[in-house]
Design a protein around this ligand. Structure first.
Ligand code: SF4
Length: 361
């Protein structure tokens, strides 16, 4: 038995209940699950499967697919049947679609009880998920709070979001359905942090899906998400994450992994150590680092690769790298864990690094 003192020492994401999303464990101390959402047309099975394969190669563990119309349920079922990753059905407004998706292969349902047609319809979705042995994510967001809650002047936005999510969780639990994950996202970073902190306090048993919604294009979206999710993850809040970007879904997955690695929570794929360049640099280092980044994009080995602008500071500052290059005038010295291997012309640096990486792994 776990003593109350031991429980108190657990991080929030170790206290949550474990749910199973198509074989991927979520919550209860499992590693934070990386997910993304498909944006191919919902009726194009091949395009969705292509995107799922690309996401899988990038390290995505769960994908979500919108089903905007009942007519697309056949395509959804086919994607589920052929997908190498668990597929979550994302449904708004029409409870009938969620019920049918549960019967036809969804690994999880994502609904917003606020727009699914009232408590009666919500209960029908709960029964469909129970019969299919799949969890439901209750996804609340700032744009779809119910009118009564929205109108409350005495509550802040985080209080409204948390109150809404908690009310739904209580309803699910009254129906003896505990297979629930909750998200309550806002596009404001501080509001999102405050909301998830409140949820971790008020419903500590429920796994949390964290994210900043409508975070923006690549640069802004990554920065807002890294701020918000980084703070939450560092506090042990968050059982699964999505970094929402107005960009390719594979970029969302790369950003998730980079954030998890930066916090030393999970690692997948290489980390690049590259200098910002200065007046000592005599090669096109920015271009070189981008090329190395591109060639390493889908590798899974957790190696550190250094791309440094000069030999003055380069090898010393990247001494803990597994592999690296320190550049000189039109050339570079390739080194492995601080030991010099060979000198190559600038044009051959990327290939030389990749060759040495193959030998290393
Ligand atoms: Fe400048 Fe060399 Fe440092 Fe790069 S490694 S910033 S080129 S001193």
């Amino acid at each position: 038995a776990v003593s109350p003192r031991d429980v108190a020492s657990l991080r929030p994401n170790q206290r949550t209940r474990r749910v199973n999303v198509g074989g991927v464990p979520m919550g209860g101390g499992a590693p934070c699950v990386v997910q993304s959402m498909l944006n191919a047309p919902a009726d194009d099975v091949e395009a969705n499967l292509r995107q799922i394969r690309a996401l899988e190669a990038a390290g995505c563990e769960v994908v979500r697919m919108a089903i905007p119309r009942r007519a697309y349920l056949d395509q959804f079922a086919e994607v589920c049947a052929k997908s190498p990753l668990p597929v979550v059905a994302d449904v708004h407004v029409d409870a009938g679609i969620a019920i049918e998706a549960a019967r036809r292969g969804a690994a999880k349902l994502r609904i917003n009880p606020g727009n699914i047609g009232g408590w009666e319809k919500t209960d029908e979705v709960i029964e469909a998920a129970r019969a299919a042995h799949i969890p439901i994510r209750v996804g609340v967001n700032a744009g779809s709070l119910d009118d009564a809650l929205k109108a409350r002047a005495d509550l802040t936005l985080p209080e409204k979001l948390a109150a809404s999510a908690v009310e739904y969780v209580r309803h699910f639990e009254q129906r003896d359905f505990g297979d629930v994950v909750v998200s309550a996202k806002a596009h404001d970073v501080q509001a999102t942090i405050a909301t998830y902190r409140a949820l971790a306090q008020e419903i500590p048993q429920v796994p949390l899906h964290i994210g900043i919604t409508e975070a923006g294009t690549l640069m802004q979206g990554v920065i807002k998400s890294a701020c918000g999710l980084g703070i939450l993850l560092n506090e042990g809040i968050g059982d699964t994450m999505r970094i929402s970007l107005t960009d390719e879904p594979t970029e969302e997955v790369r950003a998730c992994w980079m954030l998890l690695a930066a916090l030393d929570l999970r690692r997948r794929g290489p980390e690049i150590i590259s200098c910002p360049t200065c007046g000592r640099c005599q090669v096109n280092l920015i271009d070189l680092a981008k090329k190395v980044d591109g060639r390493l994009a889908n590798r899974v080995e957790p190696v550190k690769v250094a791309v440094m602008g000069c030999v003055v500071n380069g090898p010393g500052e990247a001494a803990d790298a597994d592999l690296g290059v320190a550049c000189g005038a039109g050339s570079g010295v390739v080194f492995k864990r601080g030991e010099v291997l060979r000198k190559v012309p600038e044009a051959d640096i990327v290939d030389a690094l990749m060759e040495e990486l193959e030998k290393l792994v």
